[in-house]
Design a protein around this ligand. Structure first.
Ligand code: NAD
Length: 359
C-alpha cells in the first residue's frame, strides 16, 4: 500500500530539534513503523503543480497524510485521478484543503486529529489580541531600530479590560478562548455559532450567545474567528461585513485565511476602519512574498500582527497530532473503528456539524 505524506521541510531546525515531528525530516515519527509493515511510504514537501511529488504519487496512494501548515490542496480534479485513495488524514485540525464534497462523491474518508492543537491556538488568539490591543509590534520594532518614542506607541495602545470581545464559532477553540478571557474583566464576552453549547459548558463561561453575526459585528471591539473554512464561511469577512463592525475594531483570525477577503482587510486596515488585523493563516500557504497581508499597515504604520502558520504546530501540539495520525492510520490498517470525533466525512457524507449547516 502506498502512503503519501505531505509535510513542510524543517531543514536545519528539524535536524537540531527532533521534536519537530511535522517535518519531512522527522516524518511524524511514523515512517519506520509504516516501512516496517511493508508499505511504500513517500514523504515530501513538493506539493504545487502537475509535476509535483504530490500529484505524481496521489494517483496510486491509498492513504494521504497532509497538514494544514503546508497543505496539499486535494481538489476534485486531483481526486478524480487518485483511483486508490481511501483515507485522508489531516495531521492537525482543519481539513478545508481537501474538497470534502468531492471526497464524499468518491467515498473517501477524511479524518483529522480533533482537539490536538486547540489549546495551542486558543493561547495564540489571546496573545495576538493583546499584541494588537496593546500595540506591541511597533513598540518592539522601535526598540530594535534604536528609537524611543513612548507617545508614538501609546497613541494606539489600550487595555483589553472593559472591551467587548466576541468569537465567530464556539467549538473547541472558540470556547477555550472565552474561558481564557474571563480573568481579563472584559465588558462582555459574546459568541455566535449555529451549534449550541452543552448546557453545563454554556453555564461554565460568563459569555452571551448572540442570535446573528450582524449583532456580533455591531457590538464587538475585538472579534476572533474560530470556525472552519467551508462554503458559507469563505469570504465571510468581506467589505460589507466590515462596514457593520465598529470603527477601530481589532480582528484576529487564526482559523483560515480565506474566511477573510484579502483586499477588504487591506483596505479596512489602511483606512483605519480596522485598528488591527492579526493571525497566522493565509488564503494560500505558503503565502507568496508579495502577499499584501505581509506589509499592510494602518494610518499610523501599525495594526499588523501576522505570522506564518504556526499557532497549532507548537512542539506540544506536534507530539499530539503525530500520535493521533498514527492512531488513525493504525485503525484503518486493522479495520478498527475511528474515534467519531476525528471523522469529518465518511461513507459519502459529513460526519461532523462543524463544516456548515446541512440537511
Ligand atoms: P470545532 O469543530 O471544535 O468548532 C468549530 C465551530 O465552528 C463549530 O461549533 C461550528 O458549529 C462552528 N461554525 C461553523 N461554521 C460557522 C459559521 N458559519 N458561523 C459560526 N460558527 C460556525 O473546531 P475547532 O477545533 O474549534 O477548530 C476551528 C478551526 O480552527 C478549524 O477548522 C481550523 O480551520 C482552525 N484551526 C487553526 C489552527 C492554526 O494552527 N491556526 C489550528 C487548529 C485549528
Amino acid at each position: 500500500m502506498k502512503v503519501l505524506i505531505i509535510l513542510y521541510s524543517g531543514g536545519q531546525a528539524a535536524q537540531e530539534q527532533p521534536k519537530l515531528l511535522g517535518t519531512t525530516e522527522n516524518k511524524l515519527g511514523i515512517y519506520d513503523w509504516l516501512k516496517g509493515l511493508g508499505h511504500d511510504v513517500v514523504v515530501t514537501d513538493d506539493k504545487e503543480g502537475p509535476n509535483s511529488d504530490f500529484q505524481k504519487h496521489i494517483v496510486d496512494a491509498e492513504i494521504l497524510v497532509t497538514t494544514p501548515f503546508h497543505p496539499g490542496y486535494l481538489t476534485a480534479e486531483i481526486m478524480d485521478k487518485a483511483k486508490n485513495l481511501k483515507l485522508c488524514v489531516t495531521a492537525g485540525v482543519g481539513s478545508d484543503h481537501i474538497d470534502l464534497n468531492a471526497a464524499n462523491k468518491h467515498k473517501i474518508t477524511v479524518a483529522e486529529v480533533s482537539g490536538s492543537n486547540v489549546v495551542s491556538v486558543a493561547e495564540q488568539v489571546i496573545m495576538t489580541m493583546l499584541v494588537l490591543v496593546r500595540n506591541f509590534v511597533p513598540a518592539h520594532e522601535q526598540i530594535v531600530a534604536h528609537k524611543w518614542n513612548v507617545a508614538q506607541i501609546a497613541r494606539d495602545a489600550y487595555d483589553l479590560e472593559g472591551k467587548v470581545v466576541g468569537t465567530i464559532g464556539c467549538g473547541r477553540i472558540g470556547y477555550r478562548v472565552l474561558q481564557r478571557l474571563e480573568p481579563f474583566n472584559c465588558k462582555e464576552l459574546l459568541w455566535f455559532d449555529y451549534t449550541d453549547l452543552p448546557a453545563d459548558a454554556a453555564k461554565a463561561i460568563n459569555a452571551t450567545r448572540v442570535a446573528t453575526l450582524d449583532e456580533l459585528f455591531a457590538r464587538c471591539d475585538v472579534i476572533t474567528v474560530n470556525c472552519p473554512l467551508h462554503e458559507s464561511t469563505r469570504g465571510l469577512i468581506n467589505a460589507d461585513a466590515i462596514k457593520k463592525m465598529k470603527k477601530g475594531v481589532w480582528l484576529i483570525n487564526t482559523a483560515r485565511g480565506a474566511i477573510c477577503d484579502r483586499m477588504a482587510i487591506v483596505d479596512a486596515l489602511e483606512s483605519g476602519h480596522i485598528a488591527g488585523y492579526g493571525g497566522d493563516v493565509w488564503d494560500v500557504q505558503p503565502a507568496p512574498a508579495d502577499h499584501p497581508w505581509r506589509n499592510m499597515r494602518g494610518p499610523n504604520g501599525n495594526g499588523n500582527a501576522m505570522t506564518a502558520h504556526y499557532s497549532g504546530t507548537t512542539l506540544d501540539a506536534q507530539a499530539r497530532y503525530a500520535k493521533g495520525t498514527e492512531e488513525i492510520i493504525d485503525n484503518y490498517l486493522n479495520g478498527k473503528p475511528q474515534n467519531p470525533a476525528n471523522v469529518i466525512v465518511a461513507d459519502g457524507k459529513y460526519a461532523t456539524h462543524a463544516y456548515g449547516q446541512r440537511k
